[in-house]
Structures are given as C-alpha cells and as structure tokens.
Design a protein around this ligand. Structure first.
Ligand code: SF4
Length: 502
C-alpha cells in the first residue's frame, strides 16, 4: 500500500498535513468526520493524529488513525514517550505495523498534567532520539515506518535554540525521515532552521507549523501553554484586535495562516503542517490562498516577524538583497530580502563559565585515563571485579558512590553514568529524564515542569565555554533500568552499563 506522505515528499511536491487533535473534549465521530472531508482535498496528504496533546489523555490515536484511513486519509500517528516503557512502545509499533500504518510522529510528549513533582515521576523510559532509534531498528528488521520528528526554531535563548538543532541532528542520524516545526510566527526563525540544515548538509524535508490562531489559544500560548508554544505580546495584541471584527477574527486568522504557507513555500520548506482548525473548508481555503500568495512570499515574510525582542538568532541579519548561501559560522552575516529590520541581535558572545569541579574531574581524567586500555584501567577493573564478587562490599560501594554524587550532581543511582558525556550534569535530574538534549517545552532557558532553569542550559553553556559543543551531537543510549541502585563505577569497569559507543 503506498504512503501518500512519503510519496509526495519523495516527488518534491509541497505537501499539507493537517493535525487532528483526538482530545477527550472532542467527540471521536467529529474528528473522523473532518478526516473524511480532508481526504477529499488532493493537496492534503495526511492527518496527524495527536496523542497526549497538552499533557492530557485523549482518544486512542491508533483507533482514530485506523478509522481515518478507512475514510481515505493517511494517518500520521503521534507516539510519545509519556508513561510508556520501551516494551510498551515496541508493542504499539508492532500494532501499527500489523495494521499497515507507516507514519509515526516520534515525540517526547508533554509532561502529564496534574503530576505532583513530590511523587514518583511519570515514566519517560526513552527520550525522542532513543525512540527514533528504536523505530529505525524495527524498520531495519523489516517493518515499514516513515518517521517524523519535532523541532522548534522558536527559541530565543542561545542554549535552547542551538540544542534544538543539535537534537534534530541526532534524530536525523537516528533515522528520522521528516522534521515538523513547533508553532511560531517568526519568518526569520523559519529561515534560520533551513539555513542550519543546509549548512550541515542535511537534506531531510521540513514542514513548517501553520497554526490558525484564534484569541483564546493566543492568550494561552502567550502564557506559555501548552509548553513550547509561545505567542509574543505584539501578536497577542494583533489577534485581540482582529477578534473584535464582526466575524470574530476568522478572516484575519485564516489569512495569516495562508500567508505563512506562502512564506514556507518561498523559504523552500517541504510543506505546511496545519493545526488549530478542524474545518476542512478552512483548510481548503488556506491551501488555495497560500498558493495564490506564493509570489509575494518575501514581502509577507517581512510581516511575519513576531519573535522575541532582543531574542537570540543564530545568524546575523544585514540589509541587502538575495537569500544567499548559508553562512559558514554562527557569527556570519546573512542577507535576506524581505526579512527587514534589526530586531534581534546576532549570535551572542560565548557565555557560561566552567565551574571548578568539572575542571578538576577533566584534569583527573587526563591524569589517570581509564576510558581506554591503560594500566590504570586494568588495575581498577581488577579491583572492581573483586568488589563485584562480594555483594556486601559492592552494596557498600554503591552507597558510598551515592553519598558522594548525590550532593554534587543530584545522582539517582541509575547505574549507567553519563556525567562525563554531559559536562557533569546528571540527566536523571531532568523531570523527563532525557539523555539527548532538551524537550521542546523549555522556554527562555526555564524547565517546562519545574520552576527552575532547564538542566540542558547548563550542559550547553559548559560545553560552549570549552569549545565542546560538537561533542553534544553524540547519541546517548537509554539507561539499562535493571542496573538501577547498583554502582555505576563497577558497571563502568565491568562494561555492563549503557553509554555512548566507545
Ligand atoms: S547519570 Fe546516573 S549514575 Fe550518573 S550521576 Fe546521574 S543518576 Fe547518578
């Protein structure tokens, strides 16, 4: 059975994918009715069926997706890491394969609403990069999957923004076929993502998010809800003004969506990911108007400039003309017709200072190298093998390790230590226990779940200060949960733990 999404992308056609939110607030029959109508639009190649949207359980996306397909719309099933261990995720993928559903949107997922941070955290056994890798492994074993992943260029702090791109590279290396952006209304950021991928020589197609923004969602997003979605004060004011019109702002919001589609066409995106509407007629109107406006994309891009004043942009902006080739470095200038103005500075100077402890540990690592076959490694391996044969001693060592590492790093005795790969920041202190970079929910360097800085800002800033940002592109496997509560030192020397390939 052919997959219209994959076929259209391969053919280089500009595609439209429509998000269908299968939340409890909407009857399943309504979602399916829309799916049937969308199936009648030749430009719409798939319906993207959400799971756990906004951190709340909705209808079963597999059931909704199967029914949507029966109505003629190819489903793209959202698969999140929320409250699923790897066996559960594998089972879902096997079910999708058995049903002949290829398109999977692999996501970390929003933190469950109402979770009490004082209670045991919800399960996030894998992060989105590890999930992509699992799906790609299953694909290699003969199951046909087409993998979409998320990325947000709409991050206005350097660490948040650059880490989004680094993580996207990891997802692509792991096997992603398609990237889809988070919501945002900033053409300069849309361009930034494209330029970054071009500069890195990555040809993975990208769909830009086109959200039909009404007053209520704009007000929620202005307050940072759902996590990762953000509406600037200027855009909120514009939407509020539009909503005073006799039609409640409908014409204006559809026009903004169509203009965004035109801009995405001009910027060379592979397509548009349309959300915020469950009205097939509206989608049809956006598609048609987007095509009609395409010749004016540069002028429209100049209007689509609702970023954060003084926010971070990876590439400097200068006046002039021509889209030009991607700049060779983050501080190089880029010249873009239509994205006028000087809002937002260029890449900022290096920031972040390296704390003393990581420096000491780095120096110790150089002095006594144990990451390869050295005398020190052989000696310590013998010692830890001896300890491992004596459960009482091994337990005492595990307690001693925790005694040292908990106050220093917030260690939770996962047994597969990757501190040395993450600038001595423990990934278990991330509420979602990500190991390959931040989720999309971080905003202005703050965590989506807890009122504190995102731990990945610390990782990035330490790496930046020592010129090791490139090292953050390395894949970090999920921990072996059976090692929880054991000594990572023993596991390391006896090569039992899961950590990046040596
Ligand atoms: S990665 Fe694991 S072993 Fe290392 S500090 Fe964090 S919880 Fe402890």
């Amino acid at each position: 059975m052919s997959n219209p999404l994959a076929v259209a992308l391969r053919a280089g056609r500009f595609v439209h994918v429509v998000e269908l939110v299968a939340s409890r607030l909407r009857r399943e029959a309504q979602v399916l009715d829309v799916a049937g109508r969308l199936a009648g639009l030749p430009e719409v190649v798939a319906g993207s069926i959400t799971s756990y949207a906004g951190g709340a359980i909705g209808h079963d996306p597999i059931r909704v997706g199967t029914a949507a397909r029966a109505r003629g719309l190819a489903p793209n099933i959202h698969l999140t890491c929320v409250s699923q261990d790897r066996q559960g995720l594998r089972k879902i993928l096997e079910d999708l394969h058995a049903l002949g559903i290829e398109n999977v949107f692999a996501l970390s997922g929003d933190y469950p609403q109402g979770s009490d941070p004082g209670q045991p955290p919800p399960v996030f056994d894998l992060d989105s990069v590890q999930l992509v890798r699992m799906i790609a492994d299953m694909r290699r074993a003969g199951m046909s999957f087409h993998i979409s992943v998320a990325v947000s260029p709409f991050k206005y702090v350097e660490a948040d923004c650059v880490y989004q791109y680094l993580k996207l590279e990891k997802k692509i290396a792991a096997g992603a076929d398609l990237a889809i952006t988070q919501v945002g209304w900033d053409a300069r950021k849309f361009l930034e993502l494209k330029r970054y991928l071009d500069q890195r020589g990555l040809r993975t197609p990208v769909l830009g998010n086109v959200y039909v923004l009404g007053k209520r969602p704009a007000e929620r997003m202005a307050g940072g809800q759902p996590p990762g979605c953000w509406v600037s004060p200027a855009l909120l004011a514009a939407v509020r003004e539009e909503s005073a019109a006799r039609d409640g702002g409908r014409r204006a919001r559809l026009e903004r969506a169509a203009r965004t589609v035109a801009v995405l066409r001009g910027l060379g995106y592979a397509g548009a990911y349309i959300g915020g509407t469950h009205d097939a007629e509206e989608v049809d109107g956006i598609v048609r108007r987007g095509l009609e406006l395409a010749p004016r994309w540069e002028e429209l891009a100049a209007e689509l400039s609702y970023g954060a004043p003084d926010g971070f942009y990876l590439y400097a902006e200068t006046s002039g003309s021509g889209r030009g080739a991607p700049a060779p470095s983050s501080t190089a200038s880029t010249t873009i017709t239509g994205l006028g103005g000087d809002r937002g500075p260029a890449a900022r100077p290096a920031s972040g200072s390296r704390a003393a402890l990581p420096r000491v540990l780095d120096a110790l690592g150089r002095l006594v190298p144990v990451d390869r076959d050295t005398l020190a490694r052989r000696g310590l391996t013998s010692v830890f093998r001896w300890v491992d044969r004596r459960p009482g001693v091994a337990h005492a060592l595990e307690r001693a390790e925790l005694l040292v590492k908990r106050p220093l790093f917030g260690c939770q005795a996962c047994g597969s230590c990757v501190l040395g790969h993450l600038e001595y920041v423990c990934p278990q202190t991330c509420p979602k226990q990500m190991r390959n970079g931040p989720c999309g929910g971080a905003a202005l360097g703050r965590c989506e779940v807890l009122d504190r800085p995102c731990i990945w800002v610390g990782v990035y800033e330490r790496a930046r200060a020592t010129g090791r940002v490139d090292d953050l592109r390395g894949y970090i496997p999920p921990p072996d949960r059976s090692l929880q509560g054991t000594s990572s030192w023993i596991n390391y020397f006896l090569e039992r733990d899961s950590r990046p390939a040596r």
